[in-house]
Design a protein around this ligand. Structure first.
Ligand SMILES: Cc1cc2nc3c(=O)[nH]c(=O)nc-3n(C[C@H](O)[C@H](O)[C@H](O)COP(=O)(O)OP(=O)(O)OC[C@H]3O[C@@H](n4cnc5c(N)ncnc54)[C@H](O)[C@@H]3O)c2cc1C
Length: 379
């Protein structure tokens, strides 16, 4: 039996690039097909905190610990919660924490810098996969007709085109939509708002609304204004427009003035209905195909596990493939390892979302932060 399969990775997000990097370190060639035209073609989204047992471990296994440490922001691990009237409910600057932040674009660049130049094929959107009689799968899409691989890894996120070949599950709307806004250079332009949101994450929980602010590098702050709303209503406010911004400001009109000002000065960047795959999503192993990251276990960001989980999946799959032996068994072993980890994370993320954007329990977020602090080993 052939021990080293030819490998296609569909998607160059945190999961796909980590997989390619660790395989590369072990002398296994993989080709990443990425629909983006280049690394910075679209804003990559807000900052990510890297957890020690998942994201950071994957970076270590990628040989990129030092590159990560050079950019990791340990000073941006604070957690703060306010009531909508401005009362401070919880504040922990947490400089000694071990979940430092890194901008998504920086993380992508670290991984790309460590890959051979021909590893990532940019501007190559895979439109379809076709099973061949010899067990391989051929990829189809503009400019990629006819290439076939022994193993195709779907690292292609929420709308994976690989997933339907393995599972009938579809992401479902979780009842909450996030309006993402950005504020550049907040320290200079809005020092009072900078002091309010602090160095890390800030949350303000209202009734069926939540305003979160997250500090990125270069004094950029990302705002996530979450609103519980039916999907039909989302369709009316899904455009990046002045109308959407005005509607959003009205939704948060009951919040204290500085929180309203954050929304007012923020530039609307994206409207994201929160979608999730069923908790415990899994599939029967099929030779030649598997999934990692959001493609396998899309969940809300409320556990902070999405990118971390994608990188943990990548590390586990890469290490199992690198052991040699029957690569098909390695893929099955990876899936058996990943399913329970993803189930626990998805359960937590679902609970987090439903508790944080709810009608009642105004202290929910502050209490959760307090519980997290009391679980730290140094307490
Ligand atoms: C608002 C928000 C905040 C978040 N905050 C956090 C956080 O703090 N911590 C955390 O761990 N996670 C967070 N997440 C989740 C995190 O972003 C995802 O879980 C993570 O990006 C998943 O990585 P991935 O590699 O599986 O998929 P993705 O990052 O989605 O990457 C998929 C890649 O595949 C490419 N692609 C898709 N389809 C195709 C195709 N057909 N052909 C070729 N290429 C294709 C895409 O262009 C993309 O580059 C957040 C998510 C959101 C929405």
């Amino acid at each position: 039996m052939q021990n080293t399969p030819s490998i296609a990775i569909i998607g160059g997000g945190p999961g796909g690039l980590t997989l390619a990097r660790i395989l590369h370190l072990h002398g296994i060639k993989a080709t990443v097909f990425e629909r983006d035209a280049h690394a910075l073609t679209r804003p990559q989204g807000g900052s990510l905190d890297m957890h020690s047992e998942t994201g950071q471990r994957a970076l270590q296994l990628s040989g990129l610990h030092d590159a990560f440490q050079a950019l990791a922001r340990y000073g941006d691990q604070g957690n703060r919660a306010y009531a909508p009237d401005g009362t401070l409910l919880f504040d922990d600057p947490n400089p000694d924490g071990d979940q430092p932040e890194i901008d998504r674009s920086q993380l992508r660049q670290i991984l790309l810098n460590a890959l051979p130049r021909d590893c990532v094929r940019w501007d190559q959107k895979v439109a379809a996969l076709r099973a061949l009689p010899d067990g391989r799968h051929a990829l189809a899409g503009a400019g990629i007709e006819g290439v076939a691989f022994d193993l195709v890894v779907g690292a292609d996120g929420a709308s994976s085109i690989v997933r339907p070949l393995l599972s009938s599950a579809r992401p479902a709307y979780e009842g909450v939509t996030m309006f993402e806004l950005g504020i550049d250079d907040i320290d200079q332009r809005y020092p009072a708002l900078s002091a309010l949101s602090g160095h890390g994450k800030m949350f303000v929980k209202g009734s069926n609304t939540l305003l979160a602010a997250q500090r990125n590098s270069n004094a950029h702050v990302r705002l996530y204004a979450a609103v519980r709303m039916p999907l039909d209503a989302v369709r009316s406010y899904s455009t990046i427009s002045a109308e959407t911004k005005t509607w959003l400001a009205n939704i948060f009109a009951g919040y204290a003035a500085p929180f309203r000002e954050l929304i007012e000065v923020g530039t609307l960047l994206a409207v994201r209905p929160m979608l999730a795959l069923p908790v415990g999503h899994r599939w029967s192993n099929q030779p030649g195909l598997t999934l990692i990251g959001d493609a396998a276990h899309l969940m809300s960001p409320f556990g902070g596990e999405g990118a971390n989980g994608a990188m943990a999946d990548a590390a586990d799959l890469a290490l199992l493939l690198a052991r040699g032996g029957d690569w098909r068994a390695a893929v099955a072993a990876y899936e058996a390892m990943m399913f329970p980890r993803a189930e626990a994370a998805a359960f937590g993320a679902g609970q987090g979302l439903q508790g944080a954007v709810a009608e009642d329990d105004p202290d929910h977020v502050a209490r959760h932060m307090q519980e997290t602090v009391s679980l730290r080993p140094d307490r």
